[in-house]
Design a protein around this ligand. Sequence first.
Ligand code: GAR
Length: 209
Amino acid sequence: MQRIVILVSGRGSNAQAILHACTAEGWPARVVAVVSNRPGAAALEFAAQQGIATAVVDHTLHASREAFDAALMQVIDGFAPDLVLLAGFMRILTDGFVQHYAGRLLNIHPSLLPAFAGLHTHRRAIEAGCKLAGATVHLVTPTLDHGPIVAQAVVPVRPDDTPQALAERVLEAEHRLYPLAVGWWVRGELRLDGGVVHHTGEESQLLLP
Ligand code: GAR
């Protein structure tokens, strides 16, 4: 049984989707801990309610990014994870952290990368006149919101969309996309070739509406 640690900063709806997926029969992984950099993160509450171990590594109590990441690594490694998931984890990670988990660190980002890395993705997509938006699950590399793409979900941008309305539509897609991609990883169905991730199973790496 593979061990998953999820890093969160807030609401944790993606973490919840992963936790739910792990309850499916035959799923070869379980979430062993949810770790937050914010003490009040809602994600911690529901994880604890489901009997999942939780931990907080408060970034405000560390003098540098390196010190925070070192403390975070120590906590994560205490749970001996096979896979570490960023799910709305809103901290930039050091190269040392990323390298420590190379190949077993996934992120979900609310845009069709490589478009709109960083923040305010939905507002930027609307302002750019995009007709499609979506979410990306990717392997984490030291460059923010880059790294080999595992899967993407697409949603339409509607003419009257507000950033919030688009965010809700994308988030729904995220809740289907992330468990799908994590399932492939834990079943060993992903192959990295020349910086490109291929899914060796039947399902498409592009999730359409
Ligand atoms: C999600 O939309 C996720 O893609 C995004 O934060 C939200 C977290 O929601 N992540 C990023 O922007 C990371 N760059 P959640 O806490 O309900 O899962």
